[in-house]
Design a protein around this ligand. Structure first.
Ligand SMILES: Nc1nc2c(c(=O)[nH]1)N[C@H]1C(S)=C(S)[C@@H](COP(=O)(O)O)O[C@H]1N2
Ligand SMILES: [Mo]
Length: 415
């Protein structure tokens, strides 16, 4: 109690709704009245208590949910339509679920898992309606891969973080049922060459997908990083097409229709097409090409002279990352970075390269090469290949960081 009393004044400021303090055993817990009126428990950190020596006071007891350290504040950068993963704040390759990027065409629907259903019909022997419980009864699979929006490139100024440049990619461990399992269950007819995937959000998003992807590695996921999939990621179940543009991984999936031709929905005619040379438009460009980005050092870091580990992630929608090359002199010479095992198929792969900054200007680049031999292009190579009107989709240029004499790091924006 002594500690609480001493802290009385300090506490009452940040925690204005405090109505009751616990006894000695709950020294660092207060009960608060939430804005809805119910009483909730809030653990107070040592920082809030301004305790210099944590060995001299009982810490907060376990809670119903864990918390992130008050000293760590990674956040998604959100607009009305999307939010971006803070790639520069993360370690390893799994994106914490609450930091997974989001892209919704009509917000996040609330779907009751008990009334949820997935209908598979069209060119099948036996159309079926699956409940969520039905989906969970099938043999399950767990697999790690990334989801990336095809509109994942921003440029325009030097003061941009990895999150701002390409934070529309995230990686989770997904669990669900292979679509091929359900295809066998309904008896997809051999003539069927495409299927339509339809979401139950207010956008009723629909995409046509070649049936081969369904047989190959498409899955219906109901779990993410060990728990039920998040509402933002498609609760209670979504389609996931590993390595393909995020748009095709239809969330809140309610219907799959088999056909012998694409359905030519709005998302694949008016949207999600790219200009190529000679005024032509490219359609059904599903695969996300290989890419990498150095996430440290990056803007807004301030470098100190000496050794450091250049760090980043590389990924490819075509398969495994074969190699990542790093240049510290603007592309004059390249060295192989070390890849962190396991290097997974269609997955964010961490790379590292030891570098000594001796002061002076430097230009840091990374370039991903995947197992098909595809080499991540420069922005100039992209423009040369696709023309000036290539639009904003499927841009995976080599990202360059300019280290200034004073140790500031700036993005060399090329678009
Ligand atoms: N039903 C539905 N599915 C959807 C969308 C949507 O708005 N509605 N957005 C798509 C787009 S454009 C992308 S990039 C991914 C984003 O997935 P995430 O929000 O889980 O990161 O979901 C896709 N699936
Ligand atoms: Mo997207």
């Amino acid at each position: 109690m002594a500690v609480e009393n001493k802290q009385e004044n300090k506490l009452s400021k940040p925690i204005s709704r405090r109505i009751l303090l616990g006894g000695a055993a709950t020294a660092a817990v207060v009960l608060l009245k939430s804005s809805y009126g119910q009483v909730v428990q809030k653990a107070i950190t040592h920082a809030e208590l301004k305790i210099a020596d944590p060995t001299k006071v009982l810490g907060p007891p376990p809670g119903a949910l864990g918390t992130r350290s008050k000293f760590e504040t990674p956040v998604k950068k959100a607009s009305d339509i999307s939010s971006r993963t803070p790639l520069q704040d993360l370690f390893g390759t799994i994106t914490p679920s609450d930091l997974h990027y989001e892209r919704h065409h009509a917000g996040v629907p609330v779907i009751d898992p008990h009334s949820y259903s997935l209908t598979i019909h069209g060119m099948v022997d036996k159309p079926l309606v699956f409940s969520l419980a039905d989906l969970k009864r099938f043999p399950s699979v767990t697999r790690i891969f990334f989801v990336e929006c095809s509109g994942n490139y921003r440029g325009g100024k030097a003061e941009m973080t990895p999150q701002e440049i390409c934070g529309l990619t995230s990686q989770s461990e997904w669990t669900g049922v292979m679509l091929s399992t359900l295809f066998r269950e309904v008896g997809v007819k051999s003539k069927a060459s495409w299927f339509l995937a339809e979401g139950s959000d207010a956008a009723v998003m629909t995409r046509s997908v070649p049936v081969n992807k369904g047989w190959e590695d498409a899955m219906i996921a109901y779990a993410q990083n060990g728990e039920a999939i998040r509402p933002e990621q498609g609760y209670p179940a979504r389609l996931l097409l590993p390595g393909w543009e995020g748009n095709t991984s239809v969330k809140w999936l309610r219907r799959i229709e088999l056909s012998d031709q694409p359905f030519m929905t709005r998302e694949e005619t008016a949207k999600y097409t790219e200009g190529v040379k000679d005024g032509k438009i490219r359609q059904f460009s599903f695969v996300m090409d290989a890419r990498s980005i150095i996430t440290y050092p990056a803007y807004p870091q301030q470098l100190q002279k000496g050794w450091m580990e250049i760090r980043g992630i590389a990924w490819s929608g075509r398969g495994k990352i074969y190699k990542v090359e790093v240049s510290t002199n603007g592309g004059k010479t390249w060295q192989d970075a070390r890849l962190q095992d396991p290097v997974l198929d269609k997955a964010h792969t961490a790379f590292r390269y030891l570098w000594e900054w001796k002061g002076g200007e430097a230009e840091l680049l990374s370039r991903a090469i995947d197992e098909t031999g595809y080499i991540q292009p420069t922005m100039k190579q992209l423009t040369d290949a696709r023309g000036q009107d290539m639009g904003g989709y499927h841009l995976n240029p080599v990202t360059s960081w300019l280290v200034q004499r004073d140790g500031k790091v700036l993005f060399k924006s090329e678009k």
